[in-house]
Design a protein around this ligand. Structure first.
Ligand code: SF4
Ligand code: SF4
Length: 88
């Protein structure tokens, strides 16, 4: 039996750290669709069903609004806001 590694992949950005759990992401694209700044792009890494997961395209575009985290049906994203950085 394969043991699941419930570890996030983390991308540091200006306003937040973007964490995604590949073992939860099913590659539905909802987060990507709802992000107001088109921050998220497909990654070369694969999720639970062997489909690509998402990643931020750069470090500057994310405004740490948390929408991607809220809309993900599988709780695969955690946006860790950096102290003193407000959503715009
Ligand atoms: S926190 Fe907001 S701006 Fe940043 S990636 Fe998620 S939806 Fe996009
Ligand atoms: S909404 Fe969640 S499950 Fe769907 S692609 Fe985004 S992170 Fe993956």
């Amino acid at each position: 039996m394969v043991k699941k590694q419930l570890e996030p992949l983390t991308t540091p950005m200006e306003k937040a750290n973007f964490h995604i759990f590949p073992d939860f992401c099913k590659g539905c694209g909802l987060c990507k669709e709802k992000c107001p700044n088109d921050v998220l792009i497909w990654s070369e890494k694969l999720g639970v069903y062997g489909t690509p997961i998402v990643k931020p395209k750069d470090e500057e575009s994310c405004i740490a609004c948390l929408i991607c985290e809220m809309v993900c049906p599988d709780a695969a994203i955690y946006i860790e806001k950096k102290r003193g950085k407000k959503a715009v």
